[in-house]
Design a protein around this ligand. Structure first.
Ligand code: GN1
Ligand code: MG
Length: 370
């Protein structure tokens, strides 16, 4: 029996595994789509499920992830039902022994989650309609989880999105790996040097009490939004390992840096990378239909900064990993993390160049002209 079929079989009873193949292109965990032999017409939700090997170098407490997932998916599913939202939360699928996971003979941590039936996802945004849905998905997610007390969520990834910590990590990696040099590396170093103070912007606002911790998604990039094939509407936001207390700005910044980059974060053509303000406006519009119910005036004040900061942050994380020898993100070649860093830094530059437009768009949405 194929190794992955053997693993998948631990999550099915009364049905057989027909196929397991790699799915998506996550940078951390290994993800597979499993196909079972159930009759698609009678039990469509069970035809496929997602099987994942959690990267325990990154996620040191996978049990907490599963515990969190039970807590907030349950909470959000109930709220969605009570308030009549068309929304689907993926379900944790127990292993046959009743646990939320399966540890294979090599010590790998595996878990299974339901696949949101009849949906697909996209790597980049081609039109405003999809952009609106992506924003709507993030707003709905944040809304449905907004009344869950943060004390109920464990911290699944310490320091995640805490920009001053990434800056520290960068300084360390740089001092140990100062030998890597090229025109691109020099560009990246200068880029970071010029923007060091930005790193403290959101965390200082949080320390001053202007911004509050809330439950956030942590990784709302475009390809985590599940779009219903028959309607084109967003039905779910998946990839839930980083749901934990944080600033909603991490989410909106991440969603915008991902959605408004038409070339995508994996392009080799980094010099052509740019921010598309029209897509940005549509994402924000969809987002605010839901988020306006819980955003404060201070939250709006930091929206622009968060868009700029999250592109900078991800670029810095990729660049640091490049300097450190690719210890965090999966890479396909030795320059991969450098290339990814350049993409995010170019994007951040474009966001800076569009600062006026973006602030104008946000302003127009806070106090719409009547
Ligand atoms: C990682 O593995 P994936 O693609 O879901 C990363 C995110 C980055 C993203 C960039 C836990 O997510 O923070 O935005 O790559 N996740 C973690 O593609 O570090
Ligand atoms: Mg992810």
């Amino acid at each position: 029996m194929h190794h992955h079929t053997f693993i998948a079989e631990h999550f099915v009873s009364f049905k057989r595994v027909l196929d397991v193949h790699e799915f998506g292109n996550g940078n951390i965990n290994d993800t597979y789509l499993v196909t079972t032999d159930v009759d698609e017409r009678t039990r469509p939700q069970e035809k496929h499920f997602i099987l994942q090997r959690i990267n325990t170098q990154v996620f040191k407490h996978p049990y907490l992830i599963m515990q969190n997932m039970r807590t907030f998916t349950e909470h959000m599913r109930t709220r969605a039902r009570l308030e009549g939202h068309r929304w689907v939360m993926p379900r944790v699928i127990s292993a046959c022994d009743g646990h939320d996971f399966f540890i294979d003979p090599n010590g790998n941590f595996w878990r299974a989650i339901s696949y949101v039936y009849g949906t697909q996802s996209f790597e980049t945004i081609k039109d405003s309609r999809l952009a609106y849905e992506v924003g709507y998905a993030l707003g709905t997610f944040q809304y449905l989880i907004s009344d869950l007390p943060i004390g109920k969520l464990a911290d699944t990834l310490e320091g995640f999105h805490i920009m001053p910590r990434y800056l520290q990590g960068f300084d360390q990696a740089f001092s140990h790996n100062g030998h890597k040099s090229s025109a691109e590396v020099t560009y990246c170093l200068k880029f970071v040097e010029k923007r060091r103070e930005l790193a403290y912007l959101l965390e200082n606002a949080r320390e001053r009490g202007e911004l509050q911790l809330r439950p956030v998604h942590g990784d709302p990039k475009v390809n985590n939004v599940m779009i219903e094939e028959s309607t084109g509407r967003a039905l779910s936001l998946v990839d839930l390992d980083t749901v934990k207390p944080g600033l909603i700005h991490y989410d909106i910044g991440d969603c915008m840096r991902s959605g408004c980059n038409p070339l995508g974060e994996e392009t080799e053509n980094w010099e052509a990378v740019h921010f598309d303000p029209e897509i940005g406006a549509a994402i924000l519009e969809g987002y605010l239909t839901q988020a306006r119910h819980f955003l404060t005036a201070a939250d709006y004040d930091y929206l622009f900064d968060s868009i700029r900061l999250l592109a900078f942050e991800l670029g810095l994380r990729f660049f640091t990993d490049y300097l450190a020898g690719d210890v965090y993100f999966k890479v396909k070649h030795s320059q991969h993390n450098l290339q990814r860093a350049l993409v995010q830094f170019k994007l951040a530059e474009s966001i800076e160049a569009h600062e006026g437009d973006i602030r104008h768009i946000i302003q127009g949405m806070v106090s719409p002209a009547t």
